[in-house]
Design a protein around this ligand. Structure first.
Ligand code: ADP
Ligand code: MG
Length: 520
């Protein structure tokens, strides 16, 4: 469907055209008219299908430029996503001249306060920093017409729920509320609906939750073989841009260092890094300066990086929804992708849970042999050599070049160049990855699976779901945020999120068992 049939004004349509969008995606087609009419909407569609514009366009349409108040607030789980969303809205609101500002933790608040003086009509932000501004009275959201929770299931998890509630309290009761995500577990949806008025739930019935454009593989192997197996597969598959997911921040650190030590251009992204570092890493990845980004689930939620060709799940995610979001980093906007998930034998039940959710079987992939990996590395090095030859200016080094030519055959020189670029020795650099406690057995954790149907229980006692993995992730992200910590953050019972993530104490394992997807 054309955007012009959706009831948008010409200046918005002009920006859409400039932006290069021709046809509306299904989620845009279904939700834009509803949102324009003022209804509360839950929008659920595969990752990478344009949910940002789906909520963004009607918001932009309804902005009154003569009104100096903040008219729409979009809450995002990470700073990177907040920035990305603000950028998209700025572009789409360019011709209408809508002022969009973004606030997030870890950045100078005074500068943000300065920027806010321009009276933006739309504000995008992470929960902690938004609240901080609200409490300082540098942001007033009492005239907000529309509130969006992007990645709503993440936002309504324990890690963020209190902040979200506080933010909502500062908005008018008659506001429009929009929830968007690719996944919406029923228990979470029930929490969300409490903040809404007669919401319409639009779910794009993609036959599968994950796109057909992504070939999904799994490799079954022992935990201590994972790293070597992964690097060999990396050599064979030679991804243009890859995201490697690790379960904890420690994992992400170790994996990125290990990959670097073996000669890959890799860097880590997680919530304990400074904002400056996070921005740098993401910029390096987007400019292909590095081609492997190692990330935690939350750090990569919603990120839209062009040309991500491969996703590697070094650790299988604990809850199947995370899998959907992870592999949604590739196969975006019609592009193709590959995903490989590494699974220890005792984690096979988690693999099945993912397959149950995505309704798709993953294909077993044979681990590559050392020989395959070497061949792969040489092949990659050969294309690198072509590039080097094309871009090298030998005029300045002519005399040394002449000496080498007189001394060696071209075969020797080419061989040496290739070997040096391939740097095969690095392939053998020993890398230690600290062992993580394996995930609790799903079967034994039956309380969780069966308990799934009792979403109501879960909500009332809260702790099970809330204290679990997802909240854990958010908490982990947040810890690094240096965002204001309010008293109730301590509600995490002093269980340091780090401790919980890197060592499974009995208690945390208990909790974790509640995080598996419920079935109702
Ligand atoms: P989601 O939030 O559903 O994961 P995004 O909003 O991040 O997806 O959009 C994914 C990509 O698709 C972005 O690069 C966005 O610019 C692009 N996109 C969005 N809508 C359209 C459209 N109608 N036509 C073409 N590309 C689009
Ligand atoms: Mg999105």
């Amino acid at each position: 469907m054309k955007f012009s049939e959706l009831g948008l004004s010409q200046n918005i349509l002009d920006s859409i055209t400039t932006h290069g969008y021709v046809e509306a995606t299904p989620i845009q087609e279904k939700t834009i008219p509803l949102t324009l009419s003022g209804k509360d909407v839950i929008g659920q569609a595969q990752t990478g299908t344009g949910k940002t514009a789906a909520f963004g366009l009607p918001i932009l349409e309804n902005i009154d430029l003569d009104n100096k108040n903040i008219q729409a607030v979009i809450v995002s789980p990470t700073r990177e996503l907040a920035i990305q969303t603000a950028d998209e809205l700025k572009k789409l609101g360019q011709d209408k001249r809508v002022d969009v500002q973004v606030v997030f933790g870890g950045a100078d608040i005074r500068r943000q306060i300065q920027n806010l003086k321009s009276h933006p009509q739309i504000l995008v932000g992470t929960p902690g920093r938004l609240l901080d501004h609200i409490n300082r009275k540098t942001v007033k959201i009492d005239h907000v017409k529309t509130l969006v929770l992007d990645e709503a299931d993440e936002m309504l998890n324990m890690g963020f729920l209190d902040d979200i509630e506080s933010i909502i309290k500062n908005t008018p009761a008659e506001r429009q509320t929009l929830l968007f995500s690719a996944t919406m577990p029923p228990a979470i949806k029930r929490i969300g609906v409490k903040f809404m008025t007669n919401p319409e739930h639009i779910q794009i019935e993609a036959k599968e939750l994950t796109t057909d454009l992504v070939d999904q593989y799994f490799v079954r192997m022992r935990e201590n073989e994972k790293f070597d197996t992964m690097t060999r597969i990396l050599d064979v598959q030679a991804p243009k841009l890859a995201i490697v997911f690790g379960r904890t921040k420690r994992r992400v650190e170790e994996l990125s260092r290990g990959l670097e030590a073996r000669g890959y251009r890799a860097a880590g992204l997680h919530g304990d890094l400074t904002q400056q570092m996070r921005s740098r890493v993401l910029a390096q990845f987007k400019s292909h300066e590095i081609n492997i980004l190692v990330a935690t689930d939350v750090a990569a939620r919603g990120l839209d990086v062009k040309d991500v060709s491969h996703v590697y799940n070094f650790d299988i995610p604990q809850d199947p929804e995370s899998y959907v979001h992870r592999i949604g980093r590739t196969g975006r906007a019609g592009a193709a992708g590959v995903s490989v998930t590494f699974v220890a034998p005792n984690e096979m039940d988690y693999l099945r849970a993912v397959e149950d959710l995505t309704k798709k079987r993953m294909t077993a992939l044979q681990p590559a042999s050392l020989q395959d990996a070497r061949i792969g590395k040489i092949k990659n090095a050969t294309s690198e050599v072509h590039k080097i030859v094309k871009t090298t200016d030998i005029s300045e080094i002519q005399s040394e070049v002449d000496k080498l030519i007189n001394q060696y055959s071209s075969e020797q020189l080419a061989g040496a160049l290739l070997a040096s670029v391939a740097d095969l020795e690095k392939q053998n650099t020993p890398v230690e990855i600290t062992r993580e406690r394996p995930l609790p057995r799903r079967r034994n954790g039956n309380g969780s699976r069966n308990g799934g149907g009792r979403g109501g229980d879960r909500r009332s006692n809260g702790g099970g779901y809330r204290g679990g993995n997802r909240g854990n992730h958010s908490g982990r992200e947040r810890r690094g945020n240096s965002e204001r910590r309010f008293g109730d953050y301590k509600r995490r019972d002093g269980r340091s999120t780090d401790r919980r993530s890197s060592s499974n104490t009995g208690a945390s394992r208990q909790k974790r068992e509640f995080t598996v997807r419920e079935k109702d």
